[in-house]
Design a protein around this ligand. Structure first.
Ligand SMILES: NC(=O)c1ccc[n+]([C@@H]2O[C@H](COP(=O)([O-])OP(=O)(O)OC[C@H]3O[C@@H](n4cnc5c(N)ncnc54)[C@H](O)[C@@H]3O)[C@@H](O)[C@H]2O)c1
Length: 253
């Protein structure tokens, strides 16, 4: 069966690093077009510099902060104007905060609470409120949000992070019901994945081991998450919606 990804067009938010970057690169390699945004100008420049010449016209890139509702809405409409039909959205922009793994809930400042919730919950609200507006995406579109295995369980010294990921999963599941099948909405829940974000946590916290023993005893790769995200974006997953897909080496087994 030919891949249903070729010639499709997707918006990827937070697509200039880690799992988002692997998703952008794989979509382009499989013949899709991508509108990518990220808050990091440096990461976006690196991504654009790495594109094969035949892919440069297939990638529309802008610096956008997902927490800025009007900026996300403008970016989505610019992508629509640039490419026409849009077949789906994947949102990778998220944070563990500045004290993940080190601060109990009573040690977390209000400023930190607002930072995490604004990015991990309001960011998704901005994406869904513009992206699922009836008529914006093509028929049979798919939206994928990146949660965490901590969308479904507590994180020792990461209560606000876990709360934000639980909230986002609730929003995804509710949106799947509200769209009544005109668009599918799913969440991917990564375990420990080797990305710049994870490496920064390792550098910050001694013995950072959020999932101590997994049946597959290693960290996952960004590509392994991208593969599942792309499956959920594609028509191959046409009867899957409102779901949460673990990509965690069996951490939840
Ligand atoms: N790496 C892990 O082990 C792991 C595990 C579970 C869940 N996650 C989640 O996966 C997602 C992606 O993480 P990653 O590990 O690929 O991280 P990453 O830091 O490598 O990539 C995240 C990208 O999002 C961008 N971004 C951050 N804030 C933004 C904003 N306000 N607006 C737009 N873009 C923004 C960053 O610039 C970066 O390019 C996050 O939601 C993270 O919480 C990561």
């Amino acid at each position: 069966m030919a891949s249903s990804i070729a010639n499709m067009t997707y918006i990827i938010i937070g697509g200039a690093s880690g799992m988002g970057l692997a998703t952008v690169q794989t979509l382009l390699a499989r013949g899709a077009q991508v509108a990518v945004c990220d808050i990091s100008e440096k990461n976006l420049e690196t991504l654009l510099g790495s594109l094969a010449p035949q892919n440069s016209t297939k990638c529309f890139a802008r610096i956008v902060d997902v927490t800025d509702r009007s900026a996300i809405d403008s970016f989505f409409h610019a992508a629509e104007e640039h490419f026409g039909n849009l077949n789906g959205i994947a949102n990778f922009a998220g944070t563990g905060g500045h004290g993940l793994g080190t601060e109990a809930v009573w040690q977390t400042t209000e400023e930190e609470y607002n930072f995490i919730m604004n990015l991990n919950v309001k960011g998704l609200f901005n994406v869904l409120s513009s992206g699922l507006d009836p008529g914006f995406l093509a028929d049979r579109a798919s939206v994928v949000h990146i949660g965490s295995i901590f969308s479904q369980k507590g994180f020792l010294n990461g209560a606000v992070f876990a709360a934000s990921k639980h909230a986002a999963l609730g929003m995804v599941r509710s949106a799947a019901k509200e769209t009544e099948g005109r668009a599918r909405v799913n969440c991917v829940l990564p375990g420990v994945i080797d990305t710049p974000m994870h490496r920064a946590n390792l550098a910050r916290v001694k013995n950072f081991t959020p999932t101590p023993a997994t049946p597959i005893p290693r960290d996952g790769t960004a590509q392994e998450v991208a593969n599942v995200v792309i499956f959920l974006l594609s028509e191959e997953s046409s009867f899957v919606t409102g779901d949460a897909w673990n990509v965690d080496g069996g951490a939840n087994a």
